[in-house]
Design a protein around this ligand. Structure first.
Ligand SMILES: [Zn+2]
Length: 471
């Protein structure tokens, strides 16, 4: 077991989720997506359906379904769609235009590249079939121009237009978030385990995707250990502070490493000042998906802790308590900026909302940073007080539901930078015996989710049915 979750058995859920193959994800996904619901976050950490027994049941159902044939057994059509019934008695309706565009023949689809060859140029949105047949468990469509498309039941079922299938795909794409508050305990994993054990790595990826924060402990206390881990997952994301990474440090630099003491800090992180709850690099068009803080050496005295808070949870609380403030933050563009010289002279500016919503109205991204929010506002002067009231109200909720950790040497704090805000309590570098050294690096969520999917598929394939015996 890679992660320590004293209040939940989330790690077991990760294992069960990974056992579920793509064609039969629906059962687990239908339960898993419930984690997003606010009703499950009363008091902070979800106490919903994330138990071993619950996921075991869902996974067993999924496994049972998987063994049922998904051959096409029946079709019925109208002028726009065909409804397909599968051997397991489930069914879905497919529009003709969609079937034509997604013809799987070698002229229309390149299987090696997994890419469509058929172009919109040649698509008739109102196309109709000349003939529909069930043949060898497949749907066979002969189009009006004589072109023939054949679809297997398994392929069609995976792409069903039912609400359950759509939810399952949304969950596969991005695991549902479990929102948390003040009684959240940050999950810990061991560096050696996640570095060498793919199942442990998968569990860790699931935890990070669901909770948005983890600590990997017992990493080597050398600068660069973080790179080894990130390269196991994908690519480091460079920033204007460094080609590969940059470090926060105080007093003397390490001579064995190319770090220059920041006599004139070009970033507040290089000082001992309090850092308010923030997301990193909001002034980038594409801010990094995750931020990694590797504690090489910690400040010995008071301060230097990290505040952490779930920005999505806080946004939902704000929506509940002060809807008008929530609306203000969803609709007011904010300039974020960073100017200076590090690797090169930089002048970064973006315009973002503090709270972004997705097409379903769910909170999907947070941009907050008192350090980097510009003094230039794209607002009428009459809107300024309302804007500050909203920012303050959100900041109050963020503070109210924050938790605190002080990393020790060898800890890597990994944060979903789209969601979880982090801060740092102030400290006086002069009172410490040596420098506080935190190595900071970034990797995007694209790479982490991709790795999670790869491992889910691969470990499911590697496991025998016996190993899938959920007891
Ligand atoms: Zn074709």
């Amino acid at each position: 077991m890679a992660a320590t979750l004293p209040r939940q058995q989330l790690v077991t859920t990760a294992l069960h989720v990974n056992h579920i193959k793509s064609a039969t994800r629906q059962a687990a996904a239908a339960g898993a997506h419930e984690g997003w619901r606010r009703t499950e976050v009363a008091g902070g950490v979800s106490r919903g359906c994330h138990t071993k027994a619950c996921f075991a049941t869902q996974a067993s159902q999924a496994w049972t379904e998987r063994r049922v044939s998904l051959d096409v057994s029946l079709v019925s059509a109208n002028t726009k769609t065909v409804t397909v019934t599968f051997a397991d008695n489930t069914s879905s309706t497919y529009p003709f235009v969609w079937l034509r565009e997604n013809c799987q023949c070698s002229s229309c689809f390149q299987n090696d590249a997994i890419a469509r060859l058929f172009l919109l140029d040649d698509l008739d949105v109102h196309i109709q079939p000349k003939e529909l047949q069930v043949k060898d468990g497949c749907l066979r469509v002969t189009w009006s121009d004589g072109h023939v498309s054949v679809f297997t039941g398994k392929w069609l079922s995976r792409r069903a237009f039912t609400p359950e299938a759509r939810t399952a795909q949304r969950t596969w794409f991005m695991l549902p978030k479990v929102l948390w508050g003040t009684d959240f305990e940050v999950p810990y994993s061991k560096y050696s385990t996640v570095m060498h054990d793919d199942r442990a790595l998968l569990e860790w990826l699931v935890v990070l995707e669901k909770y948005g924060v983890t600590v990997v402990e017992e990493a080597p206390t050398r600068v660069g250990a973080i790179n080894d881990f990130i390269e196991r997952l994908g690519f480091l994301k460079p920033t204007h502070y460094g080609k590969h990474f940059f470090c926060f440090l105080f007093s003397s630099p390490r001579r064995d490493y190319e770090i220059v003491t920041q006599v004139t800090p070009n970033n507040l992180a290089y000082t001992g000042a309090r850092l308010g709850l923030h997301t990193d690099l909001p002034y980038c068009e594409y801010p990094p998906g995750t931020t990694w803080l590797h504690c090489i050496r910690q400040h010995q005295g008071k301060g230097g802790e990290n505040d952490l808070t779930d920005g999505f949870h806080a946004a939902e609380i704000l929506r509940e308590r002060h809807r008008h403030h929530f609306e203000t933050l969803v609709n007011t563009p904010i300039y974020f900026q960073d100017q200076g010289y590090a690797l090169y002279a930089f002048d970064k500016i973006t315009q973002k909302m503090a709270i972004s919503l997705d097409h379903l109205g769910k909170v999907c991204r947070i941009h907050m940073s008192s350090q980097s929010r510009d003094s230039i506002l794209d607002l009428d002067d009459s809107g300024v007080i309302k804007f500050y009231e909203a920012l303050k109200a959100y900041n109050d909720v963020l503070r109210e539901f924050s938790v605190c950790v002080k990393t020790k040497p060898g800890d890597i704090l990994i944060i979903d930078n789209t969601r979880v805000l982090h801060g740092r309590t102030p400290f006086d570098p002069k009172t410490s015996e040596g420098p506080r050294i935190i190595h900071n690096a970034y990797i995007d969520l694209d790479d982490l989710r991709s790795k999670r999917r790869i491992l889910q598929e691969r470990l499911a394939n590697d496991l025998s049915q016996g190993e899938l015996g959920f007891d």
